[in-house]
Design a protein around this ligand. Structure first.
Ligand code: DGL
Length: 259
């Protein structure tokens, strides 16, 4: 049985890539809700509704576990999904928070995420549970998701936006930053250029390592199937570049509102 991975769009591919690297024989199913991205600017009610449909679609493909490769859904809807779904569900908050707490030398951590993630306060809460003396600076970065989705990750516009958002965190003296939105590792080069002394934690990849250690591979061929809720052409092109593979990516379109 495959493991299901979902996100509002392309961001979850960072987690998928890491999961495939660690569990090369496990079959994976990816769903990107490209027709309804971004999630991070929406209300908790809408995010819960979308997340429920995304998860039910993956269940219809008989997945054995679900990795929520989306910071927004992980911070807003993880508990509701855990209660309502018949398979294990893993979000991105706990693994990334543990990695950040282990990485910081000066106890100052930055969190970058969507508006919904930062308003939820969930990363900050988790970090304080790990170590109550951690000093956490959280910054909502609403411009970064469209920059990635529209293919501007290598453009100067991305550098300017990243630098602007990071300045609040560097002013606070953080030495470690959680990329609490799974789209943001796609901007990693820009992040490292804007703040070379900071350690960046990829929340999707951290969650992939967590789910991989919990579920030993149950056999499979390492097949990856891709589904999206909008026309697949853009996704296929950008995902191929992003995943850096030779193979053509042929995502199938899903009527997600039916689930
Ligand atoms: N990649 C997602 C996240 O981690 C969603 C961003 C969005 O759709 O706004 O938050």
């Amino acid at each position: 049985m495959p493991i299901g991975v979902f996100d509002s769009g392309l961001g979850g591919l960072c987690a998928l890539k890491e999961l495939h690297r660690i569990m090369p024989d496990t079959d994976l199913i990816y769903f990107g809700d490209t027709g309804r991205t971004p999630y991070g600017t929406r209300s908790p009610e809408t995010i819960m509704k979308y997340a429920g449909q995304d998860a039910r679609f993956l269940l219809s493909k008989n997945v054995s576990a679900i990795l929520i490769a989306c910071g927004t859904v992980s911070t807003v809807a993880l508990n509701a999904l855990k209660i309502s779904l018949p398979v294990p569900v893993c979000g991105v908050v706990s693994a990334a928070s543990r990695e950040a707490a282990a990485s910081t030398k000066n106890g100052k951590i930055g969190v970058m995420g969507t508006g919904a993630t930062i308003s939820s306060g969930v990363f900050e809460h988790e970090l304080k549970l790990i170590n109550s003396s951690l000093d956490v600076t959280s910054v909502a970065c609403p411009l970064l998701v469209p920059i990635v989705e529209y293919g501007f990750a290598d453009d100067e516009i991305a550098f300017l936006a990243v630098k602007r958002y990071l300045s609040q965190i560097t002013d606070a003296g953080a030495d470690t930053v959680i990329l609490g939105c799974t789209h943001f590792p796609i901007l990693r080069k820009m992040m490292e250029k804007a703040a070379p002394h900071i350690a960046f934690i990829d929340s999707g990849a951290a969650a992939a390592r967590e789910i991989a250690s919990a579920f030993s591979g149950k056999g499979g061929n390492g097949d990856i199937r891709y589904y999206v809720s909008d026309t697949p052409a853009n996704f296929n092109k950008t995902a191929k570049v992003f995943l850096g593979g030779e193979l053509e990516i042929k995502a199938e379109r899903v009527e997600i509102e039916k689930y």
